[in-house]
Design a protein. Sequence first.
Length: 310
Amino acid sequence: MTDNPIASHASRPSHSSSRASRTPLSLLGTGTMGSALARAWLAAGHPVTVWNRTPARAEPLAADGATVAASAADAVAASRLVVVCLLDDASVGEALDGADLSGRDLVNLTTGTPAQGRARAAWAEARGARFLDAGIMAVPPMIGDARSGAYVLYSGSPGLFEEHGGTLAVPAGTRYVGADPGFAALHDVALLSAMNGMFAGVLHAFALIRREDIAPSDFAPLVVSWLGAMAPAAHKTAEQLESGDFGKDVVSSLAMQVAGDATLLATAEEQGVSAELLTPYMALMERWLAEGHGDEDTTGMIELLDLGRK
């Protein structure tokens, strides 16, 4: 294993490049994402056994070469490597109830929380299985396309990832984020939270121009380029958090940004746009300013988000 806390398989195996490219596997769950995963593995030459609670949703994969199992237990018995992509954590427990997991390598691609990932790991290990939890950073059309940028976060058994990393890298790139089985879900939700914040800002921006003679298609490239230019600021935030120095290399201080909020709010009012997507963040800025941090960057506001802060 690499010493890097975030490891990845840089390339996906070809049909005949390695033994991993032919590793048999079983996939439980053939919804839109599960079907995309199954087809990617099948196209790469893997024998794939599939199961779905609604059998009709698994049958189309038979035409692509998959074996359809009559039950989840039968699917588990068919392969040492078992991948689960279901609705939620409760569905995982229900599907695997009664299945013999002894000696199996269980990879859970079902979206969940860090606590669920850790509990499911303990549950699997008590039944004799190695376990990886995962978070898929992609939508189904990106699966199987090496150019899409799709990847999956994995955490849990280092040995399982080391042995099956090549197979797991077939449908999408891989990122191993640690032995703690809760880390994949934590990374997943943290990244999705950042994405939601960005989408909120994008929606507000388009709302501001909506009633003007400005084509959204003309405005969109400006939004993309501006956000792309701002995104590397995350590196500075990380440096400040690791050093604890929120006043390091400040370009636009908290006090300056709070003063500028008035213009953002006034413009929203003029344009007849609700500011409800902005005001929660602005309220945090004002609270941190009131605590005497006006000369710092906004990074210190993270303290207000820490519910355990004294």
